[in-house]
Design a protein around this ligand. Structure first.
Ligand code: SAM
Length: 258
C-alpha cells in the first residue's frame, strides 16, 4: 500500500464518515437476500469493516462474525458499537491474515472497493491470503473499480446535490481533482490497460485507487476462485457477454473458493 493510502486510512477522522453510512448497496442487498437461508451456521470474515456498515446487516444472520480493519480507530468504534459474544473485531491487514490460520471462514466480504487501495502485487497477495482463510466451498464477495468507467469519471453534473454544505464540498473537490489529476485519468482511459492506479478524487484526492478491466479481474481470481458472478452497481447480474462493455464505475463479484 502506498504512503498516501496508508495515512488516509489511519486518519481517525474517517471513522465518523463511514459510521454514518448504514445501508447496504443494491448488489450487497441482493447477495445477502440470496445467501441468507444458508448463512445461519456460517463463520464470516468482514475485511476492511470500517464503521461497521455491513456488520449491522451480516452479523445477525451468521453464527460467528469477525470484522477486521487496518485502522485501530475503526476497530475501536466497532468494538464499542457491537458487543455480542458472536462478534469480534481485530486490527489486521488483508496482506497478512495468518493470525486466522487456514480454512477458517465460510464467507469473506471485502466491501466498498477496499481491495482497490492496494498496489498490484499487494492485491494479488491479498487474494491469496483470502483464499487461504476460506474453507473449501466458501464464498468471497467484494467490489472493485471498473477501468471501463474511467472515461466518464468525476463528471461535473454528478457533483450536484441538494445539501448546500455537500454541494460546496463536492465542487471544491471536483475543482481540486480537475486541476491535479484529470489529465492523468484521461491519458490512462485512452489506453487499453488491464489495470491502472489513478487518483479519482476519493476522500479529497487523498487516495490512489486501483481500476481493473472485468476480464483481468476474472483472471486474477482464477483458478483459486471459481463460479465467478459479476453484478452491476444497480444489482443486476451481468452475463459474460456484457463484461467487455459494462461501464459502471463499481462492479460487485461473488465467487467460490474450491
Ligand atoms: C472504503 S472503506 C469501506 C468501509 C466498510 N467496509 C464499508 O463498506 O462501509 C475501506 C476500509 O478498508 C480498510 N482498509 C484499507 N486497507 C486495508 C488493508 N490493507 N487491510 C485491512 N483493511 C484495510 C480501511 O481502513 C477502511 O476502513
Amino acid at each position: 500500500m502506498n504512503a498516501l493510502n496508508a495515512a488516509t486510512w489511519l486518519d481517525p477522522q474517517l471513522v465518523a464518515f463511514y459510521a454514518a453510512d448504514s445501508s447496504l448497496q443494491p448488489p450487497e442487498r441482493q447477495i445477502l437476500d440470496e445467501l441468507r437461508p444458508r448463512m445461519a451456521r456460517w463463520s464470516m470474515l468482514d475485511i476492511g469493516v470500517g464503521g461497521g456498515r455491513t456488520t449491522r446487516h451480516f452479523a445477525p444472520v451468521v453464527a460467528e462474525y469477525t470484522g477486521v480493519d487496518i485502522s485501530p480507530s475503526m476497530v475501536e468504534h466497532c468494538r464499542r458499537e457491537w458487543r455480542s459474544p458472536t462478534c469480534r473485531f481485530e486490527v489486521a491487514d488483508v496482506r497478512d491474515l495468518s493470525a486466522f490460520g487456514e480454512r477458517r471462514f465460510d464467507f469473506v466480504l471485502f466491501s466498498f472497493n477496499g481491495l482497490d487501495y492496494l498496489g498490484h502485487e499487494d492485491r494479488l497477495r491479498a487474494l491469496q491470503q483470502i483464499r487461504t482463510v476460506c474453507r473449501p466451498g466458501a464464498l468471497f464477495c467484494f467490489s472493485t473499480h471498473n477501468i471501463q468507467a474511467l472515461g466518464h469519471l468525476m463528471r461535473l453534473r454528478a457533483q450536484f446535490c441538494r445539501d448546500p454544505a455537500w454541494l460546496r464540498r463536492n465542487l471544491a473537490n471536483w475543482w481540486r481533482w480537475r486541476r491535479r489529476h484529470a489529465r492523468d485519468v484521461s491519458r490512462v482511459a485512452a489506453q487499453r490497460l488491464d489495470w491502472a492506479i489513478v487518483n479519482d478524487g476519493a476522500h479529497e484526492c487523498r487516495l490512489a485507487t486501483y481500476y481493473v478491466r472485468p476480464a483481468a479481474q476474472l483472471a486474477q481470481l482464477q483458478p483459486a476462485f471459481t463460479g465467478i458472478r459479476m453484478f452491476s452497481r444497480a444489482g443486476e447480474e451481468l452475463a459474460a457477454e456484457q463484461f467487455a462493455r459494462v461501464d459502471d464505475d463499481w462492479l460487485y463479484l461473488l465467487c467460490r473458493a474450491d
